[in-house]
Design a binder for this molecule. Structure first.
Ligand code: HEM
Length: 209
């Protein structure tokens, strides 16, 4: 097995090629590095799929509150059950695992370079986002009329912003990649919004004709 060391990035123990004859702990660390990173990425994927889907369920929970009671009384309990299972069965464990495996990797990258410092700052923002979702989840479970469907659709895109910026940063490992990542996302979002608006206009015109 050969690990390619990226330019400008040298793990603390000098990379597998650099491990010395007497560095048992370094050898151990090296052998843990890739399995830990694989588990870190797997749990990150599960965390984000939970975050994306839970906010979608918030949209439906909020919008079905305004439906006639015959519909509401059927849809709301089902949506609340789905949200509870997703939130406590997948999203929370996956978030804790992502952070756990990330912290297990951290000593191999200590002291953290600028890319990792920026990444950790973004992760603090992501944890705050998760915390806000936790509060919204609790209030919607109590049947409170939290924000609006439109708010939750925009709120959902914030998770995309975190995902794109963190992944660009950690894979490219330079702060400019964060800027390019976010700029790329902004252009993508603008094109997407223009497409959606155009589609809606055509559809409305079609239904009026
Ligand atoms: C406390 C939280 C976290 C810590 C301490 C942490 C730390 C790390 C470290 C040290 C690496 C290894 C980098 C390398 O091998 O080049 C890594 C890889 C990675 N992290 Fe995190 N991470 C955290 C949270 C996250 C989050 C929330 C995401 C979600 C987007 C994420 C996405 C990734 C990805 C995609 C990789 C693989 C990068 C690659 O293979 O080039 N991490 N993380």
């Amino acid at each position: 097995m050969r690990i390619v060391i990226r330019s400008g990035y040298v793990p603390r123990w000098g990379g597998l090629r650099g491990h010395g004859p007497s560095g048992d702990s370094r050898h151990e660390e090296a052998s843990l590095y890739l399995p830990l990173k694989a588990l870190h990425i797997i749990s990150m994927v599960a965390w984000f799929s939970g975050l994306f889907y839970i906010v979608r369920l918030f949209v439906y929970l909020r919008e079905t509150q305004e439906r006639p009671s015959s519909e509401r009384d059927v849809l709301q309990p089902q949506l609340r059950l789905m949200a509870r299972r997703l939130w406590f069965g997948i999203t929370w464990p996956a978030g804790l695992a992502t952070i756990g495996f990330g912290l297990a990797l951290l000593p191999m990258f200590w002291p953290p370079g600028l890319w990792l410092q920026l990444k950790l700052a973004l992760v603090v923002g992501l944890v705050a986002y998760h915390g806000a979702c936790h509060q919204m989840h609790a209030r919607l479970q109590r049947g409170e009329a939290v924000a609006s469907g439109r708010f939750f659709r925009i709120w959902n895109e914030l998770a995309t912003l975190f995902l794109v910026s963190i992944v660009f940063l950690v894979v490219l490992k330079n702060s400019m990649s964060l800027v390019w990542g976010v700029a790329g996302l902004a252009v993508f979002a603008a094109v997407l919004m223009a497409g959606i608006t155009l589609y809606r206009r055509i559809r409305t015109r079609g239904s009026e004709a």
